[in-house]
Design a protein around this ligand. Structure first.
Ligand code: SF4
Length: 380
């Protein structure tokens, strides 16, 4: 198929090869027809309500569709409108997000909902500048919401779309380098179907998610194979170039699961001055980063926050738990500390170990609670 090259800059590898102008029409038609036949039936695809689309776009950042689906349904049941979200306490929003990770997404949603009420009469703004001024809404999210909900002619560029473009156009080099990314945004914009921008964006994302996958793309099923430069070169596996990911820092935390005879445990609020930063700013067990002797360092830490625990406090080890958050590979070393009466300290609460799900807790806390429950159940 005829191709053209845009923005072939001074560095040859920055070229983005696109279908020729004459080929744009069949190119778009082929992808849209494929999307009509093959698209997954997802709840955010059956609405043009900007609120629902916005929630789905935020949830799907860094989260797989299958993992996001139950959260999406529950979240919308709990907060069916911008008004409901804005008026809910942050704690309730974090609880609904609990387990999904990257909690700043939920905090930003909550702040943005308040701003929508305050400045936009509860409506998602139609112009990209105002949309991008909302907390947590960047260029991608604004383009996705505005194109799908309002039909705005704005192309999205996310991880799936950029992979498709890199292969279609045989784009070499680090795609996220700012200049190259801008050229890819321009390429995405040129390909956008002007009469159906929202559907087009979803079709490109779907192609990246289902066919042009990171490993072993299914080129035999690809509606765009005739225009794919990487395929023509026989070098699909070379595109896009592998990203250099920052290495993860290893961290070990000692964690105290303080329990009383009634199955209650002590949780710290994120405002507690000794709250540990690896628990996403949510309710957490007392914990401290350790370097040598987990038990001794945890004892020392507990003496600071729970003065009534003496030097000889008994800490029974629970099985270690592995956990990863963005740049950190965390080994959690939990210990059970049994006390007749839970200490009462500021910025803390007693909660049933079996009912922690009712609070905003991170997956790390969830895993530790499960380990503690297994041991305590086996002892009965
Ligand atoms: S032909 Fe293969 S590599 Fe090219 S866009 Fe389609 S799935 Fe991706």
């Amino acid at each position: 198929m005829a191709a053209r090259t845009i923005e072939a800059g001074p560095v040859r590898e920055w070229a983005v090869h696109l279908p020729s102008r004459a080929q744009l029409h069949p190119f778009r038609r082929r992808l849209l027809a494929w999307f009509r036949r093959r698209r997954r039936n997802l709840p955010w695809r059956s609405t043009r309500d900007p609120y629902r689309i916005w929630i789905s776009e935020i949830m799907l950042q860094q989260t797989r569709v299958a993992a996001a689906l139950p959260y999406y349904r529950r979240f919308l049941q709990r907060f069916p409108s911008v008004q409901a979200l804005a008026r809910a306490p942050l704690e309730a929003v974090l609880r609904a997000w609990s387990g999904l990770g990257y909690y700043n997404r939920a905090r930003n949603l909550h702040r943005a909902a308040k701003e929508l009420l305050r400045r936009h009469n509860g409506k998602f703004p139609r112009d990209p500048g105002s949309a991008q001024a909302l907390p947590g809404v960047g260029r991608y999210t604004a383009a996705a919401v505005l194109s799908i909900a309002y039909g705005a002619p704005l192309a999205v560029l996310d991880g799936n779309v950029v992979r498709v473009l890199a292969r279609l156009g045989a784009v070499r080099g680090e795609l996220r380098a700012p200049a190259r990314w801008r050229r890819l945004e321009q390429a995405a914009q040129e390909l956008l179907a002007p009469d159906a921008p929202g559907v087009w964006n979803q079709a490109m994302m779907e192609l990246g998610a289902m066919v042009c996958t990171p490993r072993t793309p299914r080129c035999g099923e690809c509606p765009l194979a005739d225009w794919c430069r990487a395929r023509q070169l026989g070098q699909v596996e070379r595109f896009p170039a592998k990203r250099r990911r920052p290495s993860q820092r290893k961290v070990t935390l000692a964690v105290a699961v303080v329990v009383d005879p009634h199955g209650r445990t002590l949780l710290l609020r994120p405002e507690h001055p000794q709250a540990c930063r690896f628990f996403a700013g949510l309710w957490q067990f007392p914990a401290v980063e350790i370097h040598r002797d987990a038990r001794a360092e945890l004892r020392r830490h507990l003496r600071q926050i729970l003065p009534e625990t003496g030097a000889a406090v008994q800490l029974d080890p629970l099985p270690p738990v592995e956990h990863a958050v963005t740049r950190h590979a965390i080994t959690l070393r939990p210990f059970l500390l049994r006390m007749a009466v839970l200490p009462r300290i500021r910025h803390s609460a007693a909660a049933r170990l079996g009912g922690l799900e009712r609070r905003a807790i991170s997956n790390a806390t969830r895993k530790i609670a499960a380990a503690a429950r297994r041991i305590l159940t086996a002892e009965r």
